[in-house]
Write a protein that binds this ligand. Structure first.
Ligand SMILES: [Zn+2]
Length: 295
């Protein structure tokens, strides 16, 4: 499971506590046969740190007579991927991922918004942003408007969620004189021209923090889109034919579904996903951004 997958559990946790009581702590575990494996050493566990809904050890969770509910992250019934073959993932597509997991806990109509808190404080972000714009931003001031963008998709599982880098570049070029762009993402990412480069500069949580200061976040479907919901920044999200829109899209976002096929679930390069990406007119994204931000 990637960071995005872990983030969807934060939405589930909030709903469980809303329904079953505040004295419940959720302990993320994996189940192996009859045994639970604690996940405190897992690299992605930072998503659950600093979140009061979770406890990362039994001792911490059981303080104040709290009840502990093991959250079995590898429960196959909670997994939107119903079958995973070497070439194809078969998804359950009738509901959003968060709704699918909530169903297990008898919760309907969950709020589709993840939970995550940046590690750094407000002043830290404003200092960085101030440097980009050669100004000083006090803690009482809002930073100048900018857009955050992640043009690179994670391709280790499938290449079929990505949108052509050149088209992201065209979008930036068409709007750069009206609003600055800040590229976020992992270290050693391919970086666009005409952007402020924030790749590899902070943790995943602080990247979400930086997105929170932006007017809009642009990306194809992926982990940072889940993160942006947690910081209440609207995203313009490209959704390809790899997966169903219903399963991944957040209603608060501007979702641009470019699929003419699917959901294909293909792990190797899909000719239909490729054709959809080639055929899509990037100017549609420019118009949507202009309309949203009144540019
Ligand atoms: Zn496809």
């Amino acid at each position: 499971m990637g960071l995005g997958g872990y983030l969807t559990w934060t939405a589930v946790a909030r709903e469980i506590i809303k329904k079953y009581g505040k004295n419940i702590k959720l302990m993320p575990v994996e189940q192996h046969g009859s045994f639970y494996k604690f996940l405190y050493a897992h690299k992605d566990i930072e998503i659950f740190k600093d979140n009061e809904d979770f406890c990362l050890s039994y001792n911490q969770g059981s303080l104040n007579n709290n009840l502990i509910l093991p959250l079995v992250l590898n429960n196959p019934n909670a997994n939107y991927c119903k079958q995973d073959t070497p070439t194809k993932a078969f998804h359950r597509t009738d509901k959003h991922i968060i709704e699918q997991v909530c169903e297990l806990y008898d919760i309907s109509d969950p709020v589709l918004r993840c939970y995550l808190k940046p590690q750094a404080a407000d002043w830290w972000f404003k200092e960085k942003i101030g440097k980009w714009f050669n100004t000083t931003i006090s803690i009482h001031q809002s930073p100048p408007p900018f857009i955050t963008i992640e043009p690179n998709s994670k391709t280790n599982y499938t290449p079929n969620r990505s949108y052509p880098f050149e088209k992201w570049q065209n979008i930036v070029n068409a709007l750069k004189d009206k609003i600055p762009f800040v590229q976020v993402g992992a270290e050693r990412s391919r970086v666009l021209d005409n952007v402020i480069d924030w790749t590899g500069k902070s943790s995943f949580k602080n990247t979400a923090g930086m997105i929170s200061y932006s007017k809009l976040f642009l990306s194809s479907e992926g982990g940072l889109v889940h993160a942006a919901t947690a910081v209440d920044t609207k995203s313009v999200v490209i959704i390809t034919g790899y997966q169903s829109e219903k399963m991944v899209a957040y209603p608060q976002n501007i979702n641009v579904n470019i699929a003419t096929h699917g959901p294909c679930g293909l792990k190797a390069e899909c000719p239909d996903c490729k054709r959809d990406a080639v055929n899509h007119d990037w100017r549609e994204i420019v118009s949507l951004i202009k309309e949203e931000l009144c540019l």
